[in-house]
Design a protein around this ligand. Structure first.
Ligand code: FAD
Length: 246
């Protein structure tokens, strides 16, 4: 059975890692900070977890009296459930570049500690963190979300290797968001991806790299993908890869 490396512990990466490990696939989830696993877009979020997901399993303990999902309890519960899986290793690190084999195939990533983390398949679930710039009033930060540093190394490596990327901007404003802010980040050009299909249906937010073998992308790094779609894409890709890696 092939091993899978998932880079990025947002909704997409957590669902993917959880689903793979529950299928018995040796999985590593590598993410910049274990404190930010399964981040919701806001502290309180309408409770709409997709079916058959890690999120739907822990949703009851993250729900408040008003029926909203609370970010803190969800992060804690998701971390606990991920860390209890025997086939899942959760690692706090930062991927700075793809690691490639002799034929150009992707065999893992290089990290800022130095040694590469290798796997049979690598999935980038890096969300809004590729070359991210957060603008809040006159301040511009290198961040993929408020208070979450984004390092440029992986984006630079992908771009230097020839992967076509395009800029995408998320603007937040209006009621409940004061002051308004925006995050601009790169996403993988859709021409670079062969979409995942399940029973003939295209899964939004999941695709295999056309350029190199051994590499997939899932979640918001593929385009305008909301949190529920990111979770569902991680779930569906897990089911697909668990079969493919068997
Ligand atoms: C400012 C902003 C507001 C948004 N608001 C909404 C909203 O209201 N509703 C909605 O549905 N969607 C919203 N989105 C979209 C949101 O990004 C997605 O819904 C959801 O977070 C995507 O999940 P994801 O798992 O794909 O990525 P993310 O949640 O972005 O997770 C990516 C993870 O990868 C990690 N990572 C990144 N690079 C590396 C690396 N090199 N090495 C290791 N780890 C790495 C990050 O630390 C992070 O934990 C918003 C996005 C932004 C930027």
């Amino acid at each position: 059975m092939r091993s899978v490396l998932v880079v990025g512990g947002g909704a997409a990466g957590c669902e993917l890692a959880w689903g793979l490990a529950r299928h018995g696939v040796a999985t590593t989830l590598l993410t910049t900070s274990l404190d930010t696993l399964y981040a919701l877009p806001a502290d309180s979020w309408p409770s709409r977890p997709p079916a058959a997901t890690l999120w739907s399993e822990v949703a009851p303990e993250a729900r408040d009296a008003a029926g909203l999902q609370r970010a803190g309890p969800l992060r804690r519960a998701a971390k606990r459930e991920l860390e209890r899986l025997a086939d899942l290793r959760v690692v706090q690190s930062n991927a700075i570049a793809l690691a490639r084999g002799d034929a150009g195939e992707v065999v893992g990533v290089r990290t800022w500690e130095g040694p590469p983390v290798r796997a049979g398949l690598t999935v980038l679930a890096v969300g809004s963190f590729l070359g991210a710039r957060l603008t809040l009033g006159p301040a511009v930060e290198i961040a993929g979300r408020l208070s979450e540093m984004a390092y440029d190394d992986l984006r630079d490596d992908l771009r230097d290797a020839g992967l076509r990327l395009r800029r995408h901007t998320v603007t937040l404003g209006g009621e409940g968001v004061a002051p308004p802010y925006a995050v601009e980040h790169d996403v993988v050009d859709e021409d670079e991806l062969e979409p995942l299909r399940v029973a003939g249906r295209v899964v939004v937010g999941a695709g295999r790299a056309r350029r190199w073998s051994g590499l997939w992308f899932v979640g918001a790094c593929t385009g305008d993908v909301g949190i529920e779609a990111a979770a569902a894409a991680g779930r569906d890709l897990a089911a697909h890869l668990a079969t493919a890696t068997a």
